[in-house]
Design a protein around this ligand. Structure first.
Ligand code: PHE
Length: 459
C-alpha cells in the first residue's frame, strides 16, 4: 500500500496512488452484479455457454467502453456532464445530455440497488444472530426471503441504512473517503471470496457445480441471452453512466490508463467467475437446482445449506458480509457520480451535495423497497413487473446501453479516438481499440436498442 499522504479535500482531490485507483474502480465494478446477478443470469441462460458469451462481451464491448470513459475523465478532469463540454472540439454544450442521462441513471440505479443492498444487511444481521444454524428447508428459506423483502419497515430502514453508510464514505472525498475505504474493503472482500470459493469447490459433490460453470451447452442460448450478456457486461463494469468518467478524472496524469483499465476489467471478471465457483458447487453439493433460483438464488438457496456445512455459521456470516462489502464500494461510486456533478456543475458544497443526493435517493428507494410485497400495487405495475424490476430494466439495462452508445459515438467521432489514444499514453492494440470504439461498440449497442424497440422484449 502506498504511504502517499492524502491530498486536499477541496478542488483537485485525486487518488493518491495507482493501487488506490484500481481498488476504488474495481470496487465500483465488483458488486451485487457479480455475486447476485451474474450467477442467476448464468443459471437462467444455461450456465457455461452464457459465461463464454459474457467473456466475449467484456472483451469486445466492456474494455473498449471502459477505456473510452477513463480517457474522457482524465483528459477533461471533469464530472460526467462537464467532460462532454470540455472535450467537445467546438466547446459546444450539445453533448452534455449524455452526461446528464448518466447522472440520472446513477441516481436511479443507486435507489434500487440500495434496496437489494439493504437485504444483504438484513441477512448479515440474521447470520450473525445464528438464524441459519438450524436446518432450513427451501420452502422455509423462500418464506424467509419473502418476509424480509416484503416487510415495509425493515426493507425501507435497511435501504436507508445502506445509503447512510454510502454517504459516510463519500463525504470524506476522493482520497480521504473513497480511496481509504476501498483499500480496506477490497482486500477484505477478496480474502473472504477466495476462502468461500475454496470451501465450496472442495465440498463433496461440488465438482458438478464446477462443470456447470465451465462445460457449455450452447443450445440453451437465445437472442435474449446475448442481450443479457451485454447488459450484464455494462452493468458489471459500471459503464454507460459516466461512473468511469468521474473516477478517471481523479487519476493522476502519469498513470497509464490502458494498464489500469485492463486491471479493473480482469479483476471484475475474475470476481464474477470466482463467485460462480462459490455459488454453484455449494448448490450442487446439497442438490439445489440453480436454474430454478431466479433473482432469489443467492438469498434463498444459499441459506438452506449453511447448517449442513462444517463451520456453517461462519460461512453464512462471511457470505453476507461479502455481499455487503461488494455492494458498498459500488454504491459509493454511484453516489460520487451525482455528487461530482452537483459540485462541479452546480457549485454545491460537497457536504450539501452528499446529503441532498442521499435524501433524494432515499425518497426514490422507498417505492422500490415497498414493491416487493409490502404494497401490492407497486408489485405489479406496468408490464406485470414490480417497481424495482422496472427501475432495474430501465436504468440498469436500457439507459446504460443508450449511454454506452452515446459515449462511444462521442469519443469515436466527435472528440476523436486519436485524442483519446494520446490521453492513454500508449495502448497496446490501440488500432483495435479505435475500431471497437468507432464501429463495433456503437453497432452492438444500437443493435440491442433496435432489438428492444422492435420486439418489446426487455431482456
Ligand atoms: N458494477 C456494479 C455491480 O456489478 C453496479 C454498478 C453499475 C455500479 C453502474 C456503478 C455503476 O454490482
Amino acid at each position: 500500500m502506498s504511504l502517499t499522504p492524502p491530498t486536499s479535500k477541496t478542488s483537485g482531490d485525486k487518488f493518491g496512488s495507482r493501487v488506490g485507483f484500481i481498488l476504488a474502480a474495481a470496487g465500483s465494478a465488483v458488486g451485487l452484479g457479480n455475486i447476485w446477478r451474474f450467477p442467476y443470469s448464468a443459471a437462467e441462460n444455461g450456465g457455461a455457454a452464457f459465461v463464454l458469451l459474457y467473456l466475449g462481451c467484456v472483451v469486445i464491448i466492456g474494455v473498449p467502453v471502459l477505456l473510452a470513459e477513463l480517457s474522457m475523465g482524465r483528459a477533461s478532469g471533469k464530472n460526467a456532464v462537464g467532460a462532454f463540454e470540455a472535450l467537445d472540439p467546438e466547446g459546444s454544450r450539445r453533448w452534455r445530455w449524455v452526461g446528464g442521462l448518466g447522472v440520472v441513471t446513477g441516481f436511479a440505479i443507486l435507489s434500487f440497488y440500495s434496496v437489494v443492498a439493504g437485504w444483504t444487511l438484513s441477512y448479515l444481521g440474521r447470520a450473525l444472530t445464528g438464524a441459519f444454524g438450524e436446518p432450513l428447508s427451501a420452502a422455509q428459506s423462500g418464506a424467509l426471503f419473502e418476509s424480509v423483502i416484503g416487510s415495509p419497515v425493515e426493507s425501507v430502514l435497511m435501504a436507508g441504512g445502506f445509503l447512510l453508510l454510502t454517504a459516510a464514505v463519500v463525504r470524506g472525498g476522493v482520497s480521504g473517503g473513497i480511496e481509504r475505504a476501498s483499500k480496506v474493503l477490497m482486500p477484505a472482500f477478496f480474502v473472504m471470496l477466495v476462502v468461500l470459493a475454496v470451501r465450496a469447490v472442495t465440498l463433496p459433490g461440488g465438482a458438478a457445480g464446477v462443470r456447470y460453470l465451465f462445460e457449455p451447452d450452447f443450445s440453451a442460448l437465445t437472442a435474449t441471452s446475448v442481450m443479457s450478456a451485454m447488459g450484464q457486461a455494462l452493468f458489471s463494469l459500471s459503464l454507460g453512466m459516466g461512473g468511469m468518467i468521474t473516477y478517471g478524472a481523479y487519476l493522476q496524469k502519469h498513470e497509464r490508463l490502458g494498464t489500469a483499465g485492463v486491471a479493473v476489467a480482469l479483476f471484475d471478471t475474475g470476481v464474477a467467475i470466482i463467485a460462480g465457483l462459490m455459488v454453484f458447487p455449494t448448490l450442487f453439493a446439497v442438490g439445489v437446482d440453480p436454474g430454478k433460483g431466479g433473482p432469489g438464488l443467492v438469498f434463498v438457496a444459499m441459506p438452506t445449506i449453511f447448517d449442513q456445512l462444517p463451520a456453517g455459521q461462519a460461512f453464512g456470516v462471511a457470505f453476507f458480509a461479502l455481499l455487503v462489502v461488494a455492494a458498498w464500494t459500488s454504491t459509493i461510486s454511484l453516489l460520487e457520480v451525482v455528487v461530482a456533478y452537483l459540485v462541479g456543475e452546480r457549485g454545491w458544497k460537497r457536504e450539501t451535495a452528499v446529503w441532498g443526493a442521499t435524501a433524494g435517493c432515499f425518497a426514490l428507494a422507498v417505492p422500490s423497497a415497498l414493491s416487493q410485497g409490502a404494497v401490492p400495487a407497486l408489485g405489479e405495475g406496468a408490464l406485470g413487473k414490480s417497481f424495482l424490476d422496472l427501475m432495474s430494466i430501465l436504468f440498469g439495462n436500457v439507459a446504460l446501453t443508450v449511454g454506452a452508445l452515446a459515449i462511444t459515438v462521442f469519443v469515436g467521432w466527435r472528440w476523436g479516438a486519436r485524442k483519446a489514444l494520446d490521453e492513454m499514453n500508449g495502448l497496446p492494440l490501440g488500432a483495435a481499440w479505435v475500431v471497437a470504439v468507432k464501429v463495433v461498440c456503437p453497432l452492438a449497442t444500437a443493435g440491442v436498442m433496435i432489438y428492444i424497440l422492435a420486439t418489446g422484449n426487455f431482456f
